[in-house]
Design a protein around this ligand. Structure first.
Ligand SMILES: [Zn+2]
Length: 112
């Protein structure tokens, strides 16, 4: 492993520990989303803004979430909206990109 990669991993481990500590090692989805249900699995750092949408591996952009709730945000659109309502998810950048893509598609159709 390169030195640069090792340094990056150490930095991430520190941020991850700080996120868990700030959240008192509790799943923030269960803490903030009404009727979220029980937690399962290990605590993980959940991205509020996704990596590809300008969200970094930073204290501001990460919250503690159990593996179960982290997975459910990805697989359950209604649940994701409930998380977005309490600030645990920010999909605006992704939605803007989807809109821009559909505008591009419409333009291409009009050109045909
Ligand atoms: Zn949970």
């Amino acid at each position: 492993m390169s030195l640069k990669r090792q340094a990056e991993q150490r930095k991430r481990a520190k941020i991850r520990a700080a996120v868990f500590e700030r959240d008192r090692y509790r799943c923030q989805v269960a803490a903030r989303v009404p009727d979220a249900g029980r937690c399962f699995g290990a605590l993980t750092p959940h991205h509020i803004k996704k990596d590809g949408q300008g969200g970094g591996y930073t204290l501001d952009n990460l919250v503690s979430a159990c593996a179960h709730h982290n997975e459910r945000i990805e697989s359950d659109a209604d649940f994701a909206r409930a998380c977005e309502a309490v600030g645990l998810l920010d999909t605006r950048a992704g939605r803007v990109r989807e809109l821009m893509d559909s505008v591009d598609e419409l333009r291409e159709e009009l050109d045909d």
